[in-house]
Design a binder for this molecule. Structure first.
Ligand SMILES: O=C(O)CCC(=O)C(=O)O
Ligand SMILES: [Fe+2]
Length: 320
């Protein structure tokens, strides 16, 4: 199923598009023109207060409540990539390009952008691109189906939101971001399954993007309000620790599959996933490595920056 234009979709009109482009272009000229520079980021934070009003309202509403599907689909953002799609492992965007500026502006109006020192060299804006030789990897460099997951399941301070801005989709428009919220899946689970999923009977490994660094915490899959819980699971990296937990885990997997929807992103589309209530993954596609492959730029957001202060050196934006 493909998500239709609904409450979770916002399309910038022509005047909002030019307003956004003007603001982002100005931001690209701010010295030193580097996204990870704290002075540049401070200016970007100020500018983020001046994105078009309807967009600001939409983002602010989404932050208060992410809706039933836990995803916001913004359309019509200026991106204009003028270089070939990168295809090296661990590719990041440190230069304040137009698309990096757009992504940063939108995300700083949602919260604070953060990254992890052990992942993609701690860059705040990362390229999600297919990498030759990594086609079958369960990572965003692969091109086979990517399992449904919350981002950085093993980490206590995983992102509150994951944002993906599309610069180019794949040649055949096959690759789709898949999303499934626990809000939609919960009614498909029994009370017993929900209770078991709410107990610390599961263990998660760090995703491969962390290069094996990080612990293997034991945790519950459902946390918080029984009637509207947060979800913490990665179907590639989380495993149940006993038989009853395995049965509940399988029921959850089936429920997630039943409510999963696909969003095919086009250039200028930005998907913002609430990483507390919604899992994401990707359908398979065929890369050509001709410079025109699928290219997303990704940024993570924390709503409460202070909470991670003890693992951020010099009050920067990178978690150690
Ligand atoms: O390629 C996608 O659509 C999503 C990849 C992903 O899970 C990520 O970059 O976090
Ligand atoms: Fe992901």
């Amino acid at each position: 199923m493909t998500l239709s234009l609904d409450a979770g979709t916002f399309v910038l009109d022509a005047s909002e598009q030019s307003e956004m482009e003007l603001l982002a272009k100005q931001l690209t000229t701010i010295t030193p023109g580097l996204v990870d520079d704290l002075d540049w980021l401070a200016t970007a934070r100020d500018y983020s207060c001046h994105i078009p009003g309807r967009l600001r309202e939409t983002i602010r509403r989404f932050r208060a409540d992410p809706g039933p599907h836990g995803v916001l689909h913004l359309r019509g953002l200026p991106v204009r990539p003028d270089v070939p799609t990168p295809n090296v492992p661990g590719s990041v965007e440190r230069t304040a390009t137009l698309s990096a500026a757009v992504l940063t502006l939108c995300m700083l109006s949602l919260g604070e952008v953060i990254a992890f020192r052990n992942e993609k060299s701690g860059a705040l804006v990362q390229n999600v691109v297919p990498v030759p030789g990594q086609e079958t990897h369960q990572s965003n460099a692969g091109s086979i189906m990517l399992e449904m997951h919350v981002e950085n399941v093993h980490h206590e301070h995983r992102p509150d939101f994951v944002s993906l801005l599309c610069l180019r989709n794949d040649h055949e428009d096959q690759a789709g971001l898949q999303v499934a919220s626990i809000r939609d899946a919960l009614p498909l689970l029994s009370m017993v399954q929900r209770r078991i999923l709410g107990e610390p009977r599961f263990e998660s490994m760090p995703p491969s993007s962390f290069g094996g660094a990080g612990g293997n915490p034991v945790h519950a899959v459902l946390n918080g309000a029984f009637e509207d819980p947060d979800i913490r699971v990665d179907f590639c990296n989380t495993r149940p620790r006993d038989e009853a937990a395995a049965a509940a885990f399988l029921a959850l997997r089936n429920a997630i599959e039943a409510v999963r929807t696909k969003i095919v992103l086009s250039a200028g589309d930005l998907a913002v996933v609430d990483n507390r209530v919604t899992l994401h993954g990707r359908t398979a596609f065929v890369p050509r490595y001709d410079g025109q492959d699928r290219w997303l730029q990704r940024a993570f957001v924390h709503v409460d920056h202070r909470r991670s202060r003890f693992i951020r050196e010099d009050n920067g934006n990178v978690l150690t």
